[in-house]
Design a protein around this ligand. Structure first.
Ligand code: NOJ
Ligand code: MG
Length: 736
């Protein structure tokens, strides 16, 4: 309630208190108090008045609850208990604005007492003291201190964020381990591996310090191409188990912090897929789900050939047209120029992403689009009679691979994956599969650009050629091929084996397995390990060919590298008690996980030690790689991180016994310490840089301490992807 005083001068007076019942008596003189407290209607409510006036001013005939113009305003606040106040004022509620005749000035003043703040004092009263210097000064100091501290905290937070390097994601910090599910572990003893079998063996990944597991296809499939011919993208093949088995496996993996990467097969389906059945009988909306072209029973539309040999066209009696298949005739190619197909396949991605799958390996992506004009592809040898052209390598694939529009599709998948990557720690990973051979620039395109991302990395298959170019120089060339073609800032990766290529241990020779594993785990970027490579499994000579590619060309059979995992010396290497779908390697009695766990310095033990070291050492995880040497025998490189004195020199011998002189490398100390040798040297031994001896097939990992960096010396060629520097004083990494 606001009361108005009569017109008065605006002289502000000192702060005092008085009490008085309302209403004010007409004609009484206002006291020179700027705030009055009183009881309202005899109650114990506190009323405060704020006003300015002269000491001798006459009170109005009545106190008016009005907005009288030119009046001094008094503000009345109700509802506050005044009892304490009144007690302190000796209960005199008649003091204050007394009538002029009956209350001399001194009496009036004596009725108003100055009081001190006390605990529990009403806020309004407390506020009266707030302008006094003894309260105001500390208050202001505190206020500015708080502001300054807040600003300093904000500045510190921004600095920390700006200086923090990016953390490595799970697909960067872990090795990717590939499981071929038919061959990993058979839980139901039907001779074929399955999902429950994988779940039984999860300890193996913990032992190896591996966090990312890629499982080759386990979709429902007639198994013409062992799962790469998908009949239903939303079902598990009974051979591998049930959807419940899959969900259990995924949950068990997530419980252990393991990530599951699935195969995604966009280029083709099985001819048993519902879409193909609907397409071949021209059901509305499905007519163009696949690539159909007019042809006769005997003459295909053009000279295109399948990767598995012979024409890539097959005449379909039902539809009276030919359909395209870049692989088996039981694997018709989907038509990715049809938006319905794109949508269907995106839905498949969502289906598995919803289930919680952590990433996908995109199969055969370069084959996804074909030129709509269907012209013949040029022959590699123009003189070759056209009707004898029946293999992939006899044509230039100008119209069947890497067609314009392909990368738009892959970017589209990235968008879908990103939608599921927003929660912390739930990044969904994508790796693409494309063999581009000498056209490495085509492979690099799957990285996308710095603005539009595609896959996290395309598989780097170039080290698969190491056996062909086996030498120090060969290893350098293959490593450098990737590093010097990879777009800046992208993340490298290395593959030395998979289900499509002979095991490198067989093609390079068992004596090189350890050095190859050392190279794989010490190069910068993500290593991929095909099951069994951690124990040095070798190809098996399979006489009864199962692989359809092998049936076309026995030299191309992929059976030898797909044989059962060798777990122990038990029957069938502990994989199954039944006849296994492919034979077990006869060396399983000694080459198996159990035996190698018990044998120090085994291939498995060394693999594990390297895997643990890779995680523990920042220089190996995300440091620079600088080449220091390559010749016909030896390839050597350094891993170092700015600010970190501990660094590593890796010396790999892919030739004959050798002595390497690195005395000219000023950044290396004269003596280095052996961290690991795949051969004879013991940990802790000292080696002189002027005389680094390595035996054929030896991998030597030396550690040293230095403040001199190779990467700052232009004489050395160095690479780094996720650059960071180490600050030893604070034990932190920062952006540099
Ligand atoms: C690539 C796979 O790795 C291979 O095993 C398969 O046969 C083809 N794609 C066809 O899907
Ligand atoms: Mg089974």
């Amino acid at each position: 309630m606001a009361y108005r005083l009569p017109p008065c001068e605006t002289e502000r007076r000192r702060l005092v208190l008085c009490t008085r019942p309302l209403p004010l008596k007409p004609g009484s003189r206002c006291s020179n108090k700027s705030t009055l407290f009183t009881s309202v209607r005899g109650s114990r409510d506190l009323v405060s008045f704020s006003f300015t006036h002269t000491p001798e001013e006459t009170c109005p005939a009545r106190a008016m609850p009005s907005e009288e113009p030119n009046g001094c305003s008094m503000e009345l606040k109700e509802g506050i208990d005044n009892s304490t106040f009144q007690d302190e004022e000796s209960g005199d509620v008649e003091q204050g604005c007394a009538p002029e005749e009956t209350a001399p000035q001194e009496d009036r003043d004596s009725g108003f007492k100055q009081i001190k703040p006390y605990a529990g004092m009403p806020k309004e009263v407390l506020l009266l003291y707030s302008s006094q210097p003894c309260y105001r000064l500390p208050r202001e100091i505190l206020f500015w201190l708080t502001i300054m501290l807040t600003l300093a905290l904000i500045a510190l937070t921004i600095t920390v964020i700006a200086l923090s390097p990016r953390c490595l994601s799970w697909w960067q910090s872990s090795t990717v381990y590939q499981i071929y599910p038919r061959s990993f572990m058979d839980s139901d003893n039907d001779g074929v591996g399955d999902l429950r079998g994988i779940k039984e063996k999860l300890d193996h990944f913990e032992y190896l310090n591996i966090k990312a597991v890629w499982i080759s296809p386990f979709y429902k499939s007639p198994m013409k191409d062992f799962g790469y011919d998908v009949e239903d993208f939303r079902e598990i093949d009974p051979l591998f188990g049930t959807m419940q088995d899959f969900e259990d496996l995924l949950a068990a993996m997530h419980d252990r912090g393991l990530k599951l990467i699935m195969d995604y097969i966009p280029n083709h389906t099985s001819d048993r897929h519902r879409w193909f059945q609907l397409s071949r009988n021209r059901t509305q909306n499905y007519e163009d789900y696949y690539i159909w072209a007019n042809c006769s029973r005997t003459k295909p539309p053009n000279n295109w050939v399948s990767i598995f040999g012979n024409s890539s066209w097959t005449y379909d009696e039902d539809r009276g047209q030919c359909f395209l298949h870049q692989f088996l005739k039981e694997q018709p190619d989907l038509n990715f120029r049809n938006p319905r197909v794109i949508k269907e396949m995106n839905d498949v991605l969502h289906f598995w992403l919803e289930k919680g799958v952590d990433g996908f390996r995109m199969d055969a992506v370069k084959h996804m689009l074909e030129a709509p004009h269907l012209r013949n592809e040029p022959q590699v040898d123009p003189e070759q009679p056209p009707d004898t052209v029946d293999t992939e390598f006899e044509l230039y694939h100008d119209y069947t691979t890497s067609q314009p529009g392909l990368h738009d599709i892959i970017r589209g998948w990235r968008v879908e994956l990103d939608k599921y990557s927003r929660e912390p720690g739930r990044y969904r990973f994508m790796v693409t599969e494309s063999y581009d051979y000498e056209e490495i620039d085509k492979t690099m395109m799957y990285y996308g650009t710095s603005f539009v991302r595609e896959s996290d990395f395309p598989f780097n298959f170039y080290l698969l050629y190491l056996p062909k170019y086996l030498s120090g120089q060969g290893a350098f060339d293959l490593v450098n091929l990737w590093m010097s073609n990879m777009p800046e800032g992208k993340w490298p990766n290395w593959v030395v084996g998979n289900h499509d290529k002979p095991r490198i241990s067989s093609s390079a020779g068992a004596e090189f397995v350890r050095a190859i594993n050392m190279m794989l785990l010490t190069l910068p970027g993500t290593p991929t390990t095909y099951y069994g490579e951690e124990i040095g499994m070798e190809n098996v000579n399979v006489t009864e060919i199962q692989d359809p590619f092998g049936k076309f060309d026995p030299n191309s059979t992929r059976d030898p590298q797909r044989t059962p995992m060798q777990w122990s010396a038990a029957e069938n290497a502990g994989f199954s008690t039944n006849k296994t779908w492919l034979p077990v390697h006869p060396d399983y009695k000694t080459v198996n996980v159990e035996a190698q766990k018990n044998e120090s310095e085994s291939v498995l033990q060394q693999y594990r030690a390297l895997s643990l070291l890779r995680e523990a050492e920042l220089a190996l995880q995300r440091g620079w790689m600088c080449y220091v040497w390559s010749d016909k025998d030896v390839f050597a490189f350094v891993r170092e991180l700015d600010g970190l004195s501990r660094a590593f020199l890796v010396v790999l011998n892919f030739g004959r016994d050798a002595v390497t002189d690195l005395s000219w490398v000023a950044g290396l100390p004269d003596e280095l310490t052996v961290h690991m040798s795949t051969r004879y040297a013991a940990r802790g031994e000292r080696r002189r840089k002027a005389r680094l001896e390595t035996a054929r097939g030896e991998g030597l990992l030396l550690e040293y301490s230095t403040q001199r960096r190779l990467n700052s010396n232009p004489a050395f060629k160095c690479f780094v992807s996720e650059k960071a520097c180490y600050l030893s004083e604070l034990d932190i990494l920062y952006k540099c």
